[in-house]
Ligand binder design. Structure first.
Ligand code: 2HG
Ligand code: ZN
Length: 466
């Protein structure tokens, strides 16, 4: 974007919000103008760092008056371009709003500012002998405001639900600069539309989260992790049913044999077992006593006998459990250097084998020269499809080839009643495909809601609804 247009956005900020911390340092514009998504070049006008909700409100009022587009920015670990500023927007970083505001031991709630890092919330909960259950590989840098704005999922959704299920109170500055207080930490509240749930997962298009109250829960029981070599997708379903019926699962993840090879070479990990298979399942379950462990081993024997499992290992310590998790949690980072094109898909669990088979066939016929890796959260129906870029192909060409196949991938997803985004969001990258998961009428309804909270369309324009 032209410097003059950027100046027109920057000047009112400097004049009317002189106390606001503003950076136009090239390195800051670059780092805060994008998330973990590849395929876009950041081009932000400025990055602002409000210190409290009053500053956020004042900023939004000014942005509305001067038609300055704002991109909210947390830990920038998103994978759909929700936090990208590539059209001269002003990035609103919550790096200076990192206070833990208060813990209530009776209500078991924690109130925090949006810039608090997810792991800091987990650690705080642990210190109180409680537990914040939302967990994913980027928890060391992602911020709670971003988690809420994208309704982050992760590895323990099948037991504890999504970020949405942990939020009991929310304060938000909407696109008119008004503070909206939602639910005040109540467990029960039947007083009408629950606006909190509109903001959760709205990808910063309806309001900027300035405070959140989170429900903490009991610490988990001692657990075990199993990594199983699984012979086929139907075998994976057998394993899921056997263990889900018998055990209290906290996670049921899967990865393809190819994903296993990449995570091993990327992190220099040893072979977890002698047998190599097309798929691996990683299970975590409560295991408070030896009877439960015996039960798990019985289920394992059953799966071995019926051929769905060919081999497996079980953790005997927390360190071993962490080592086994690396085979699943390390994949995304290990393949970053191959500039993967990502689709984050979901179907009902019972649909996974048929859907994945159809998808794999489609991938093999439409991307014959590309390597496609599968992994994800089998236990909640979320599949991550990663297509690796051939080393000699320019990024633009790769993106456009993947984009041409997307309609077929998403049509198949629609046929299986699935969603084109399970947990990463629509953001910028999947915006053009929203209609594969939402009807035209639904999109119109969402536009109506957007107009109520952000009439001037200054909050993350171009994302989600376009
Ligand atoms: C995961 O489950 C993350 O590892 C990242 O959601 C998924 O890299 C991906 O596609
Ligand atoms: Zn995931």
């Amino acid at each position: 974007m032209y410097t003059e247009q950027k100046d027109n956005r920057l000047k009112p900020l400097k004049i009317h919000c002189p106390e606001l911390e503003i950076s136009t340092e090239p390195a800051v514009l670059e780092s805060h103008g994008c998330d973990w998504t590849r395929f876009r070049t950041p081009d932000a006008t400025a990055v602002v760092f409000p210190h409290n909700s009053d500053e956020v409100a004042k900023l939004v009022v000014l942005a509305r008056a001067h038609q300055i587009p704002l991109v909210p920015s947390g830990g920038r670990t998103g994978l759909s371009g929700g936090a990208i500023a590539d059209a001269g927007e002003v990035v609103v970083s919550f790096d200076r709003m990192r206070r833990i505001i208060g813990f209530n031991p009776v209500d078991r709630t924690l109130t925090v500012e949006p810039g608090v890092v997810t792991q800091a919330i987990q650690d705080y909960a642990n210190q109180q002998n409680l537990y914040y259950p939302v967990s994913f590989a980027s928890e060391g840098s992602s911020q709670i405001g971003g988690n809420i704005a994208t309704n982050a999922g992760g590895i323990r959704v099948l037991r504890y639900g999504l970020t949405r299920d942990q939020v009991v109170g929310l304060k938000v500055i909407d696109g008119r600069g008004e503070l909206i207080e939602c639910n005040s930490g109540l467990v029960k509240n039947a007083s009408g539309y629950d606006l909190r749930h509109l903001f959760i997962g709205s990808e910063g298009t309806l309001g900027l989260i300035v405070e959140a109250t989170l429900r903490l829960t009991d610490p988990p029981q001692p657990s075990r992790v199993m990594l199983l070599a699984v012979s086929s997708l139907d075998g994976m379903m057998t394993v899921f049913r056997q263990f889900n019926d018998a055990m209290n699962l906290t996670a049921f993840e899967f990865l393809s044999g190819a994903a296993m090879s990449y995570v091993r070479s990327g992190h220099d990990l040893p072979a977890p077992m002698d047998t190599e298979t097309p798929y691996y399942a990683l299970l975590e379950f409560d295991c408070p006593d030896t009877d439960t462990e015996d039960l798990a081993l019985q289920r394992f024997e059953f799966c071995l006998e019926d051929g769905s499992v060919l081999d497996g290992v079980i953790s005997q310590s927390e360190a071993q459990a962490a080592d086994l998790w690396r085979y699943r949690e390390g994949i995304s980072e290990a393949i970053t250097k191959y500039t993967p094109y990502k689709n984050d898909l979901s179907v009902r669990i019972s649909e996974i084998p048929g859907y994945l088979r159809d998808l794999d066939e489609l991938a093999q016929s439409r991307y014959p020269d590309f390597e496609v890796l599968w992994y994800g959260h089998f236990g909640d129906g979320n599949l991550h499809m990663n297509i690796l870029k051939p080393a000699d192909m320019p990024v633009e060409e790769f993106e456009s080839v993947c984009g041409r196949v997307n309609p077929d991938v998403f049509e198949l997803t629609r046929e299986h009643n699935g969603s084109i985004s399970a947990e990463h969001g629509i953001g910028l990258l999947k915006q053009a495909y929203l209609s594969y998961s939402r009807s035209e009428q639904d999109i119109e309804r969402m536009r109506g809601i957007k107009a109520v909270f952000d009439p001037a369309n200054i909050l993350n324009p171009g994302k989600l609804l376009g």
